[in-house]
Ligand binder design. Structure first.
Ligand SMILES: [Zn+2]
Length: 193
């Protein structure tokens, strides 16, 4: 086996270990047990195919949700996300092409390499998404009546399967309702000062 192949395998084992550690941390902090999606999340490549979790609440319609969606559109968040996805596709095409030509990776190795790039890129993508969500929340909260934003997020909090922020960064495109509530109350407090 070549040096590059050893690195690839080591990276996959590292991913497995890190994901497992995250699951154990989640169990200890939040629920006290593993859920049925744990195996799908932990196994490399399998986690690209299956959804990370079943419970992904949709915001119910309301003044705050409408204002939030409008803010997304006005701030061109959709465009930012599509540009990032395009950049990712381009980066993958170049990297995989180079790995195929220079490292002589076979199809399976290219698939595994793609998986690793995808796994890291997803987390970076989520970081950008979270920033956009906070931004849309902030704009929306300024436009609706005082208390409407917090009430909307509190009702979301009740419906939502609770997760730690670290878990949300790895698996979700939206911050948890708890994270959004904390952020909203912090920015409101700052503005009132
Ligand atoms: Zn949003």
């Amino acid at each position: 086996m070549s040096f590059a192949e050893w690195i690839l395998i080591a990276a996959l084992f590292l991913e497995l270990a890190l994901r497992l550690a995250l699951e154990i941390r989640e169990v200890r902090i939040v629920h006290g047990r593993f859920d049925r999606f744990t195996v799908f999340r932990v196994l490399p490549v399998v986690n690209d195919v299956f959804p990370a979790e079943a419970n992904f609440t949709n915001d119910r319609q309301g003044a705050f949700v409408c204002a939030h969606e409008k803010a997304h559109a006005e701030l061109h968040h959709g465009f930012v996300r599509r540009s990032l996805q395009f950049g990712f596709a381009l980066f993958c095409a170049l990297t995989l092409g180079a790995a195929g030509v220079y490292l002589r990776f076979n199809l399976l190795e290219l698939l595994l390499l793609f998986h690793l790039i995808f796994a890291v890129a997803k987390i970076l993508f989520h970081v950008v998404c979270f920033t956009e969500e906070y931004e849309a929340d902030f704009v929306a909260a300024k436009r609706v009546q005082r208390g409407v934003a917090t009430r909307a997020l509190e009702s979301l909090l009740i419906q939502e399967f609770p997760r730690t922020p670290l878990f949300a960064y790895v698996y979700r495109t939206h911050p948890t309702a708890r994270m959004r509530l904390d952020r909203i109350s912090r920015t409101c407090k700052k503005n009132r000062r």
